[in-house]
Design a binder for this molecule. Structure first.
Ligand SMILES: Nc1ncnc2c1ncn2[C@@H]1O[C@H](COP(=O)(O)OP(=O)(O)OP(=O)(O)O)[C@@H](O)[C@H]1O
Ligand SMILES: [Mg+2]
Length: 367
């Protein structure tokens, strides 16, 4: 998949800008605040229907404008074109059009244009709260596995229902039967989600090993899934997981009624990342954390390619400030030939095979 051209109108600081990257490695350079990340964010909107780092639609609207428009033209690896338009106006819902047709649900866009990101903010995936790692898994799996996204959306609805019932419950018979119905629904969806996640992190680790070996300091990486229902989960089939979950819900019934919320399930799970059996989150150095994250994103790029049959678009924000020169060269080597990537940096770099574009010049070209 590649981006042929994107046009931004009133998006963040860009009143009007068009950007047509090359098919390989692109370096978008400019001073701090020149609007490089803004451009990556615009591309991200066209691929995943939202901005970077949890930003809101209204925050992306140029301060002086009352609507923004993004117009992205993509081509898949077979050359089939895909036009994505995103429009947002003050006090109105965001709209997304693919090849001229308006999407009923934004989730319909997910997976159409496989995209992997790297940004310093995402270090939280490695050293932040479990929620960050769940989000990482959910985002990656939603792009590569249609059933996952559907199950996840359904799970969130069922979870909300069950929590509402728990909040209102006083522990009487009829209520309990009612909760049991939702417990079963929740457990079936949870089992599907957890088993996809375990498959995902094991597959990711398979790609991560060799990439980390190339970039890292010689440590052995390990990933494991930490389930809120117990440790033995990775060896279970999806059916066994559902049964184990229902069983465990029975054991903690009184606790849930007391706390008035659902205490188990994929919304409470985590991944543990290790290097030489030591938990990365707690002990890794800054350099190890960064290397770990970039290796993970490079591994994800390979996984997404395998799962979708498309080379994903790779958006890398501030790559150079995060890595030393030697690692940068290695990363560029790994990126070369693996699809289109757009890297941002504060200065131009003369590197073979890298197409450099000045943001300041782009911003002036349409004025
Ligand atoms: N909605 C908006 N309307 C107008 N300007 C905005 C809006 N949102 C952000 N900006 C401006 O855009 C600039 C930030 O752009 P961006 O983050 O893309 O810069 P950058 O080139 O990535 O900088 P750095 O090198 O520091 O990462 C800031 O000056 C900010 O004030
Ligand atoms: Mg930036």
């Amino acid at each position: 998949m590649r981006l042929q051209e994107i046009k931004l109108t009133n998006f963040r600081k860009h009143a009007g800008l068009a950007f047509a990257p090359s098919d390989r490695i692109n370096l978008l350079y400019g001073m701090n605040g020149s609007g490089k990340t803004n451009i990556l964010e615009a591309v991200h909107y066209c691929t995943l229907a939202r901005g970077l780092n949890k930003s809101l639609d209204k925050e992306c609207l140029n301060f002086a404008a009352d609507y923004f428009l993004l117009d992205g033209s993509f081509a898949d690896d077979r050359g089939i074109e895909l036009a994505v338009k995103v429009s947002y106006a003050k006090n109105a819902e965001k709209k997304i059009f693919v090849n001229g047709e308006e999407l009923k649900k934004f989730s319909q866009l997910i997976g159409r244009i496989p995209c992997v990101t790297f940004s310093p903010m995402e270090l939280a995936v490695v050293n932040g709260s479990p929620q960050e790692r769940r989000r990482f898994m959910d985002n990656a799996l939603s792009q590569t596995n249609k059933r996952y996204l559907a199950d996840l959306l359904q799970y969130r609805r069922v979870l909300q229902q069950r929590n509402t019932l728990l909040a209102a419950a006083s522990g009487k018979g009829v209520e309990k039967e009612n909760i049991d119905v939702w417990t079963e629904k929740l457990s079936l969806l949870a089992a599907s989600i957890v088993s996809s996640r375990i498959g995902f992190i094991m597959q990711l680790l398979g790609y991560f090993g060799p990439v980390y070996e190339e970039l890292g300091l010689g440590e052995m990486p390990g990933f494991s899934y930490r389930s809120s229902i117990g440790r033995q989960v990775p060896d279970m089939t999806e059916d066994e997981l559902a049964v184990a979950m229902i069983h465990r819900f029975r054991e903690i019934e009184s606790q849930e009624l007391y706390r008035k919320q659902t205490l188990l399930g994929p919304h409470r799970d985590d991944i543990v990342f290790r290097l030489n059996d030591i938990e990365v989150k707690r002990y890794a150095s800054q350099g190890q954390l960064r290397t770990f994250l970039i290796a993970m994103k490079l591994a994800l790029q390979k996984l997404v390619r395998e799962a979708t049959g498309e080379k994903p678009l790779f958006l890398l924000d501030d790559l150079f400030s995060e890595l030393d020169r030697k690692r940068v060269e290695k990363v560029l080597g790994l990126l070369d030939g693996s699809g289109q990537s757009i890297i941002t940096a504060t200065s131009k770099k003369e590197i073979d095979g890298v197409h450099s574009i000045s943001v300041e010049e782009l911003a002036q070209s349409l004025v």
